[in-house]
Design a protein around this ligand. Structure first.
Ligand code: CU
Length: 357
């Protein structure tokens, strides 16, 4: 009986509010016709449908005759040759079938056939030259994220350079500075090409050698994938395009690499988020100190002690800890959907740190 009465009162109030004109600030009537509201604020998905130029971002990543990757581990140091004091690196962009997990392979756009691409590691002040050959079906450019390069080397298509067309070669050259954790990635249709795998670490070591370098110094590049019915799409924070696979250095757990360290040794992890989602990375067992942000050292007195650090797209955090207890300690993202493979746990952004005696 009481319920009926409550419903009647609520129902009456709704009818009255629907009949009376809604009042905005200063009692000015506002137009609350719902059809207008729908037209004025379309959802991203409907924007894409209505905008043919944007529709390509919802198409699968494809290239003619994509071959399986021949290397299985990404982010490995890239060899260089010296020419008149210049360190010369060679990169080729190409599509490969990249295994992120046993039985799961994505169609990836890569530097030299791996995800992430090879690590460029030099010393502060080095003159570096990077020769880029584009073997993708689409134009591309490379942006040297966080590195203080001359404007013409910044890699922004149609602003600082013409896009590198398929089959073309472009040469970047600059002095590596400052020291720190950086990366390089595509800046052409970044929403597609970066999500397809065109990213890699770029580490600039300080001129003065570290007095006591850590026993383990590991770069961890984090990204996301959307793999549906054997096709790969550029994952993004948009309805219908959300990721279902998550990778650290191009691999999902349990295919992520294991880090082994002796008890008492110091570990440095360089987190780099290159996808389109934030990842609060959490370490079991011991806390860590944040020793550098976006490549720049944090003064000791300002170093936060934490066990979770949120790494947003484009950010880098260098963290350090001493492995003080033996055992298998897990490092994982604390958005727990990100520790699944196609919605099945465990998977995704998990990595095991094994501390031995
Ligand atoms: Cu996450």
């Amino acid at each position: 009986m009481k319920k009926v009465l409550v419903f009647s009162v609520v129902g009456l109030a709704l009818i009255l509010s629907a009949c009376a004109p809604a009042l905005g600030p200063n009692n000015v009537p506002v137009n609350n016709d719902s059809s207008d509201v729908v037209n004025e604020t379309p959802t991203p998905g409907s924007m894409t449908m209505e905008n043919p130029e944007a529709a390509h971002m919802m198409e699968p990543i494809t290239a003619p005759n994509v071959q399986p990757a021949t290397d299985t581990q990404g982010g490995q140091p890239l060899e260089y040759r010296e020419e008149n004091g210049v360190k010369v690196f060679e990169l080729t962009t190409k599509a490969v079938q990249w295994p992120i997990l046993d039985g799961v392979t994505v169609t990836a756009f890569t530097y030299n056939g791996t995800v992430p691409g090879p690590m460029i590691r030099v010393t502060e002040g080095d003159q570096v030259r990077i020769v880029v050959k584009n073997e993708l079906p689409d134009p591309t450019t490379i942006h040297w994220h966080g590195i203080e390069v001359p404007n013409a080397m910044d890699g922004v298509p149609n602003v600082t350079q013409d896009p590198i067309q398929p089959g073309e070669t472009f040469t970047y050259e600059f002095i590596a500075k400052p020291a720190g954790t950086f990366m390089y990635h595509s800046h052409f249709e970044g929403d597609i090409q970066v999500m397809a795998g065109l990213y890699a670490p770029f580490i600039i070591d300080p001129k003065e050698l570290e007095v006591s370098p850590p026993a383990v110094d590991k770069v961890l590049m984090i990204s996301e994938w959307l793999q549906k019915d054997g096709q790969t799409f550029a994952a993004m924070p948009m309805q219908g395009m959300e990721p279902n696979f998550f990778t650290i250095n191009g691999k999902s757990f349990p295919s992520t690499e294991e880090i082994t360290v002796r008890k008492g040794e110091r570990v440095r992890l360089r987190f780099i988020a290159i996808g389109q989602f934030v990842h609060p990375m959490h370490l079991h067992g011991v806390p860590f100190k944040i020793v550098a942000t976006d490549g720049h050292p944090v003064p000791e007195a300002a170093q936060l002690t934490k066990d979770t650090v949120s790494v947003a797209p484009g950010e880098r955090y260098d963290v350090e800890f001493v492995a003080s207890e033996t055992g298998q300690w897990m490092l994982h993202c604390h958005i727990l959907h990100h520790t699944t493979n196609d919605n099945v746990e465990p998977g995704g952004l998990m990595l095991m740190i094994t501390v031995i005696d």
